[in-house]
Design a protein around this ligand. Structure first.
Ligand code: GDP
Length: 446
């Protein structure tokens, strides 16, 4: 249990007697000051302001965490004027006392919610200040540009270097480019927070649901139904080699006149489009079905030939060549042979597996994990929240406006605006109205 604020010292001395020396643990019997009744045997730590997590006086009681102990200690503290913290209140006070910037405060929430290694890693980088430092660096650059511009406006007759106007424009353009590049990251940081979308698509009865079930059972570290999934799209959250993946099973792709099925198909196609990676599953006995994968060309569609357990001795022939030669396998189901265009568009990787026996699943999952790792490994810190994105978009729009401003005074105004938007991200300026929104989503006790 953690106490923070000006009454912490009094509370510790009332319950635990002598306050321990700063930052060193002491064993104390905690006593209810009202009744004299012993409450627990605890370790007590004391962090005097300002060298504490919140910047205020902080005490920690390491208790025998049962509900009865917590209730008894809380009841003993309440008459001393203490109350339970709001969600995120410790972090909010740390921010208000200058211990953290807003991006770090948000990182604490992310760290507390992280379900996979990659999410933990990203949150920790942000907590270390990587993102805040990047944005503060941009603010510093902008302040310098603005200072030069204001000097030029205020002292037009002084001996300012003649190229100053050019320099202001060049540096503003360079900063706008840098921010634009950071924004054009394919939402990787945000996706890492929320989950990377992978869609299982393919014809009906190919084994899509069976594949989802098998993967979910194997990798079910965080399997949970995700809120908002539609009746016809089943989605599970899994931890794939440390990456949070939202795996969706979609309606089988086929032509249909049934309006309900058409709606399912529309949703399946929409999900396939927004998914970052698609697993196109088809029955290995009907390789011509793979032609439909041509609708999603490129390396982000992995082709999966399922039900190889049913192939018997034909396996080698079909697996070696997922597209039958004209007049081959496809004819058996009345399909016409694939044209050269379709053949060109098909993804190159073909994974063979059996959702029934589990054969071939590991290489498929390894390839999926490798593809994700390749995309998400990042040296530069990634933008992690829509809030940051919005502020950066506003900032770069102001910079672009500044570049075309007709008068130096108008240019300065746009640069000041951009500076303000950047400041909102770290909380350097004008964020009082944002704080309730940001801290609302925190867990209790953080
Ligand atoms: P979906 O319509 O694509 O989701 O296909 P399902 O997962 O519902 O599977 C259709 C049928 O194929 C079911 O009867 C499954 O049991 C069967 N099935 C799925 N995968 C395999 C497999 O790898 N081998 C065999 N023999 N049957 C499978």
């Amino acid at each position: 249990m953690r106490l923070s604020g000006p009454d912490a010292a009094r509370a510790v001395s009332k319950l635990a007697g002598i306050i321990p020396p700063p930052r060193s643990a002491r064993r104390r019997r905690l006593i209810d000051p009202a009744s004299g009744e012993p409450l627990d045997d605890a370790l007590v730590l004391w962090f005097p302001a300002p060298n504490s997590a919140t910047g205020e006086d902080v005490a920690e009681f390491h208790l025998h965490g049962s509900r009865a102990v917590l209730a008894a200690i809380t009841a003993a503290l309440t008459p001393l004027g203490l109350r339970l913290a709001e969600p995120g209140e410790f972090t909010r006070r740390a921010f208000q006392n200058g211990k953290l910037d807003l991006t770090q405060a948000e990182a604490i929430a992310d760290l507390a919610m992280a379900e996979t290694e990659a999410q933990r890693h990203q949150a920790l980088r942000q907590l270390d200040g990587e993102l805040g430092n990047l944005y503060r660096g941009w603010s510093q650059k902008l302040i310098r540009i603005l200072a030069h511009l204001e000097a030029a406006i205020d002292f037009p007759d002084e001996d300012l270097p003649p190229e100053i106007e050019d320099r202001i424009l060049t540096e503003t353009a360079a900063l706008a480019t840098e921010i634009d590049r950071h924004l054009a990251d394919g939402h990787r940081g945000e996706r890492l927070r929320d989950g990377i979308a992978v869609a299982i698509i393919g014809p009906p009865n190919a084994g899509k649901s069976s594949l989802l079930n098998r993967i979910a059972r194997r990798e079910a570290a965080i399997t949970s139904p995700v809120a908002g999934t539609t009746r016809d799209i089943v989605e599970v959250a899994i931890d794939l080699a440390g990456y949070p993946v939202l795996l969706a099973d979609t309606a089988g792709l086929r032509d249909s006149d049934d309006p309900v099925e058409q709606e399912g198909l529309r949703r399946a196609r929409a999900r396939a489009r927004v998914a970052e990676i698609r697993l196109f599953v088809f029955d290995a006995r009907h390789p011509a079905d793979a032609r439909a994968a041509a609708a999603w060309p490129g390396p982000d569609t992995l082709l999966v030939a399922n039900k190889i357990d049913l192939l018997g001795q034909n396996a080698d022939r079909v697996l070696g060549n997922p597209l039958p030669p004209p007049g081959g396998e496809g004819r058996e189901r009345g399909a016409s042979p694939p044209d050269d265009h379709a053949r060109d568009c098909l993804p190159t990787d073909v994974f063979t597996m059996s959702a029934l026996t589990g054969a071939g699943l590991d290489p498929l999952l390894a390839a999926l994990a490798a593809r994700i790792a390749e995309t998400y490994r990042s040296e530069a810190p990634l933008l992690t929240r829509a809030r940051h994105r919005q502020a950066l978009e506003d900032a770069t729009a102001s910079l672009h406006r500044a570049l075309t401003a007709a008068l130096p005074e108008l240019r300065a105004e746009d640069l000041r605006l951009a500076l303000r938007y950047l400041g909102q991200i770290t909380g350097a300026v004008d964020v009082e109205h944002l704080l309730d929104i940001i801290f609302r989503d925190f867990c209790l006790g953080k």
